[in-house]
Design a protein around this ligand. Structure first.
Ligand code: COA
Length: 258
């Protein structure tokens, strides 16, 4: 079977590449576990100083696999807190080494919210960011309900999370979600240059700086726990069932009955 998360080492940089292009790199449980494992391995490997997460040409990720959301409502934990998604988010929140993302094409759902946990984010001029949780009968995850208002302010974050409108790279830049925009053709190369530049710096200084910057973001682990509880409850709702089924059946959802 084709590997859907490809891990490679480029000097001191570990690259995690999402690789399910026929499904727009939609994330399955196995892919979350692959990402979590890659991050945990990077954290322990003394040869790795920086992690770079990217996707395939024209696609970062279309977010959580919708079939999985419909058919695997909670995993085997009442609050969903040991599901593969949770393992990934805990890993990216917990890693002490810097994480960089190179984002092209689609960054939907967790494709956008995981960026809130990256230390540097570079995007192409052709990205569709989208937080479609209310359109799917769901709620924000990956601590985005706290991290997005911290970044963008209450009004903008509420607009993005309640109205669920897609936004482009310029908007992402203006709210501070990304650091810089590159042409799609040079995005990965430019990002690798920055990753190597960071990896050449004294590693303890870099990691301590990351820890100090992150400390002021508050108790993000608790936010992840709270969100997972509400997300899991909402995921089992008839609203979510209608929205997720509608996507799979390629029809508009009907929320008039709720
Ligand atoms: N979960 C599962 N499958 C997905 C998916 C997802 N999140 N996103 C895309 N796919 C699949 C499609 O079902 C389709 O599969 P098929 O070829 O077997 O029918 C394939 O990927 C290509 O997607 P398609 O919708 O045909 O491409 P598009 O270019 O017309 O649209 C998107 C791309 C991303 C706009 C659209 O697929 C979409 O809205 N996806 C859902 C995004 C989402 O809501 N994610 C969940 C966030 S919590």
């Amino acid at each position: 079977m084709t590997q859907q998360v490809i891990t490679t080492q480029d000097g001191h940089v570990q690259i995690l590449r999402l690789n399910r292009p026929d499904k727009k790199n939609a994330l399955t449980g196995d892919m979350y576990l692959g990402l979590a494992d890659g991050l945990n391995t990077a954290g322990e490997n003394p040869n790795t100083r920086v992690v770079l997460i990217t996707g395939t040409a024209g696609c970062f990720t279309a977010g959580n696999d919708i079939g999985d959301l419909l058919n695997q409502p909670a995993g085997d934990h009442p609050d969903g807190d040991n599901r593969p998604f949770s393992q990934f988010i805990r890993a990216i929140d917990g890693i002490s080494k810097p994480v960089i993302a190179a984002v092209d094409g689609l960054a939907i759902g967790v494709g956008t919210t995981m960026l809130l946990h990256c230390d540097l984010v570079y995007a192409s001029d052709n990205v569709r960011f989208h937080l479609p949780f209310t359109d799917l009968g769901l709620v924000p995850e990956a601590a985005s309900s706290a991290l997005l208002p911290q970044l963008a302010g209450y009004a903008k974050a509420s607009e993005m999370l309640l109205l669920s409108e897609p936004f482009d790279s310029q908007t992402a830049l203006s709210i501070g979600l990304i650091n810089r925009i590159f042409p799609a053709a040079s995005l990965e190369q430019e990002t690798r240059v920055i990753a190597h530049k960071l990896a050449a710096k004294p590693p303890q200084s870099v990691q301590s700086t990351k820890a100090l910057v992150k400390k002021n973001r508050g108790d993000i682990a608790s936010v992840i726990t709270d969100e997972l509880r509400v997300f899991t409850a909402q995921q089992k709702s008839l609203e979510a069932k209608e929205a997720l089924s509608a996507f799979l059946e390629r029809r508009p959802p009907d929320f008039s009955k709720f």
